[in-house]
Design a protein around this ligand. Sequence first.
Ligand SMILES: C[S@@+](CC[C@H](N)C(=O)[O-])C[C@H]1O[C@@H](n2cnc3c(N)ncnc32)[C@H](O)[C@@H]1O
Length: 256
Amino acid sequence: MSSRSSGTGPREEFLAEIRQQIEGMGADSNTHSLSRAWIQGTLKHKYAYHFSWMGQPIIQYPQDILAVQEIIWSVKPDLIIETGIAHGGSLIFSASMLELNAISGGPQDAQVLGIDIDIRAHNRAAIEAHPMARRIAMIEGSSVAPEVVSQVKSRAAGKRSVLVMLDSNHTHDHVLAELEAYAHLATVGSYCVVFDTIIEDLPDDAFSDRPWRKGNNAKTAVWEFLRHHSEFEIDKSIEHKLLITVAPDGYLKRRR
Ligand SMILES: C[S@@+](CC[C@H](N)C(=O)[O-])C[C@H]1O[C@@H](n2cnc3c(N)ncnc32)[C@H](O)[C@@H]1O
């Protein structure tokens, strides 16, 4: 049957092929092990710290940056909430994507709201002087402090499409509290992305200078959260596509 008579065009056929290839990668345990070994090998070199977005350091693996680009393009958020600012590279990245959405007919006044317990003066100055600054607002304080949570909620009120990304303190209790506070601000069809769930899959000594480790991390928090929140599901197709990601089980899609 020709593509015309089956009601599909070349683009749909191409996308169907891609879906099949991604499913194949998801089932390929050998490739998964190689990817995990590669991540483990690069962690000790602080690989995630070596990139920047529009001049500002971003602490991410490039594959995850690309996945978030795809999400921001398809969800077209008018608000992105991010916990964990550090140097501000991820805020600048999100803001630049909102700018691209805006010139492509998406929300014109979309904003990124960043929250960090410690916004260093030089980072704040660089973010505020950046060409993307008009799309960025910041709150200094713990992401789980009640006064911070209520400020974020009031900024999210009335927004049509909200994306949430959690990348601050990666302990179980902290991430679970962030999920309880912010996940439901993500609108239906959008995502709550939880970074550094990979900690659960790495040897115990991978983060000896940090409070998080196997059994106490962002992934264990996601699993506990999902036990009571079936309105979210893990979008496995994203990690199957990336293979290299610090957020396995961390791309949570809101279904209802
Ligand atoms: C991994 S960095 C964020 C990286 C950033 N998202 C990026 O991609 O470039 C983690 C940040 O979380 C912040 N942080 C730690 N505990 C926090 C808390 N309780 N509330 C808010 N931010 C916190 C730290 O100050 C640090 O800047």
